[in-house]
Design a protein around this ligand. Structure first.
Ligand SMILES: [Zn+2]
Length: 175
C-alpha cells in the first residue's frame, strides 16, 4: 500500500467528479484542536478517502480512519492508547440549503470557495469519536471502583477511603 502525501487543501467537487482516492497518514501534531484533549501528540492517523458521485448525483466523501490517540485516564491519571476506527460518509454541498436537502445517510460538509481542508475533516471526525472523559476500561484501570450493581454498594460508596484502601492493597501485593 502506498503512503502518499495527503494534500492539505483539495477541491472536493473536482475530486468527486474524478473519483479520486486519497490514502496515507496525517500527523496528529498538526491537529491543534484535537491535540488539546490528548496526553501526547505523537503518531499519525491512517486515512483512506474516496471522493465520488452517487446515483442521485450527490457528491460524497467516504472516509475510513484508524489511529491510536494517547489520552490520560481521568480515573487513575495514567496515559493509555485509545484506538479509534471510524467510518464516515459526507455529502459535499455548497450551501446550508443544500445541506438540509441531503438524504440522512450523509453528514453534510458545506464547502466554500471550492476548497476543503482534509486535515480539518479528519480532525473533526476524531474529536467526535474521542470520549469527553477518557478512562480505561474498568478491568484495565489501576483504580478499582466498586460496581454500582453490587447489593452492598451503599456502604462502599459512602466510604470515601475505599478507593485509597484498594490502591494500597494493590501496591502491597506488588511488593
Ligand atoms: Zn485508568
Amino acid at each position: 500500500m502506498s503512503k502518499d502525501t495527503i494534500p492539505t487543501k483539495v477541491d472536493p467537487f473536482r475530486f468527486a467528479d474524478n473519483g479520486t482516492r486519497l490514502q496515507g497518514t496525517l500527523p496528529i501534531n498538526e491537529m491543534t484542536r484535537l491535540k488539546s484533549g490528548l496526553a501526547s501528540d505523537e503518531g499519525g492517523v491512517d486515512i483512506n478517502l474516496l471522493f465520488g458521485v452517487d446515483e442521485e448525483g450527490i457528491r460524497f466523501l467516504r472516509g475510513h480512519l484508524k489511529t491510536d490517540l494517547i489520552v490520560q485516564c481521568q480515573r487513575c491519571m495514567e496515559t493509555f492508547k485509545y484506538g479509534i476506527i471510524d467510518d464516515f460518509m459526507l455529502g459535499i454541498v455548497e450551501t446550508e440549503e443544500q445541506a438540509d436537502e441531503l438524504p440522512e445517510r450523509f453528514d453534510p460538509v458545506v464547502v466554500k470557495d471550492e476548497e476543503l481542508s482534509i486535515l480539518e475533516v479528519v480532525e473533526d471526525e476524531l474529536i467526535v469519536s474521542l470520549p469527553i472523559v477518557p478512562m480505561h476500561k474498568s478491568e484495565d484501570c489501576k483504580v478499582k471502583m466498586p460496581f454500582k450493581a453490587d447489593s452492598d454498594d451503599e456502604a462502599e460508596s459512602d466510604n470515601p477511603f475505599k478507593v485509597i484502601e484498594l490502591l494500597r492493597t494493590k501496591k502491597d501485593k506488588g511488593k
